[in-house]
Design a protein around this ligand. Sequence first.
Ligand code: SAM
Length: 266
Amino acid sequence: MHDRFGRRINYLRISVTDRCNLRCRYCMPEEGVLPLTHDAILSFEEILRVVEVAVELGIDKVRLTGGEPLVRRGITGLVAMIAGVRGVCDLSMTTNGILLEHYAGPLREAGLRRVNISLDTLDAKRFSEITRGGDIRKVLAGINAASEVGFAPIKLNCVVDNSSEEDDAQQVEYYAREHGHEVRFIKRMNLSTGEFRVVEGGSGGDCKRCNRLRLSSDGFIRPCLFSDLGFSVRELSPEEAIGRALESKPEFGVSSRNTAFHAIGG
Ligand code: SAM
């Protein structure tokens, strides 16, 4: 499918939960956020239906994100359901890696093809500061487990203040090179002020090349990270919500007051 500006849209990012087991300073308030109720969150069957419809319309790439996708109970079951949809050629996940040591094998068996793991520093103390209490050893064990079960290439998402020349980023780059992983440097953004920047080593932030739609955990198809537009798959239907999002996808992102990274998943 193509939007009004001729961009081919073939990528759906799905936030499977609003909950997270970290509190990264640039992403979530320290006290967390008021969690959505169980009923507000789409069920696996509802997510599957959206994927089926999206694939019929031209989506062939799906990424699961969050919140933290691995805190959603039964996540490997959802991966298997989506992997079973004919037409999904690329199924990936973005995770903070805290629970990955346990999940890497089951995710691979369920049909996950690729994994991006967030890692902003290699220094345990700095990691704990940035994530407000996270244990870097768990993430490193998760990365190793992912590598051992055959995920390749593993991409590391590294949020930087301004540049990949910063010390923390340099450490991550060195670690990645040593282990044969790739790194994407993501400059810290602010959705509400519209401060968004192109991702180094990735395609995010480049509006002219944007090929994405997003599905929030409470069931809104969002045409753009930097826009307040959203269309409910429950109130409309998946077909209608996707169609409306496609029609209204803005040429350029501006800002979003009603969303945040922890809710939409980056
Ligand atoms: N919990 C998972 C994780 O940590 O990878 C998935 C969700 S997280 C919101 C997805 C990505 O968004 C992460 O790579 C994270 O670093 C990035 N992110 C969060 N807040 C950001 C911000 N203010 N600016 C740029 N990237 C951000």
